[in-house]
Write a protein that binds this ligand. Structure first.
Ligand code: PRP
Ligand code: ZN
Length: 204
């Protein structure tokens, strides 16, 4: 039986550093040298899977990883069978709708009939439905903030943390779709090492 606890975290980006610090705080040390996408823990039977944040829920849901750390926003966008063990105090941001400065769109009612670019079509569609707005969704995997200036969309729905990216593209937020932060999630295929890890986290 494979006894190694597999933990999926973001390879690089907003959650990477703090995910490692959180695991360090539980006593797990990693060398994190080189470009390897798996990293063995140097002092416990634990292995890190370094992946795109968008892939963390599916890897944990299928049991490829026992646990994972991912943004609440990414978790809400996918249809995954995972359990949230704990909300973690980092990666705090919000999913917001923003428009170009000076746009005639000033509130969510003004989005009726407009085009909104996003990487979060599922969350956005449900938000628009709840608010009875009909809008056309333009789906992008990234660099969503570019959409208005190239006339691909009239508004965007994307993550805002510091607000620097919005500002750089002359965009102002008009509504918050959801608040987000990092979540520690576990697979439905619970193994003894997963149970031990969950117990350890519960004692924090
Ligand atoms: C997010 C989002 C914005 C940026 C906002 O990307 O897509 O571009 O960060 O941050 P700011 O308000 O601090 O400027 P993320 O890091 O999640 O990258 P990813 O979508 O490629 O995972
Ligand atoms: Zn991502």
């Amino acid at each position: 039986m494979n006894t190694t606890l597999k933990i999926a975290i973001q390879k690089k980006g907003r959650l990477h550093e703090e995910s490692v610090v959180f695991l360090n705080s539980l006593g797990y040390q990693f060398a994190l040298a080189g470009k390897g996408l798996t990293q063995a823990c140097t002092n416990a039977d634990v292995s890190l899977l370094l992946v795109r944040d968008d892939d963390v829920p599916a890897l944990v849901s299928s049991g490829v990883a026992d646990v994972g750390i991912v943004g609440k926003n990414v978790l809400a966008e996918g249809a995954n069978n995972v359990s949230v063990i704990k909300s973690l105090p980092f990666g705090v941001c919000r999913l917001a709708i923003a428009v170009p400065t000076g746009s005639s769109i000033a509130c969510i009612a003004d989005l009726e009939g407009e085009r909104i670019a996003t990487s979060y079509p599922r969350i956005l569609r449900s938000y628009l439905q709840r608010n009875r707005i009909n809008a056309a969704l333009v789906q992008l995997c990234g660099s969503v903030e570019i959409a208005p200036e190239i006339n691909l969309a009239d508004a965007i729905c994307d993550l805002v943390q510091s607000g620097t990216t919005l500002k750089a593209h002359g965009l102002v937020p008009i509504a918050t779709v959801m608040e987000s932060q990092a979540e520690l999630i576990a697979s439905p295929f619970v193994r003894p090492q997963t149970e031990a890890f969950i117990k350890q986290v519960a004692l924090l």
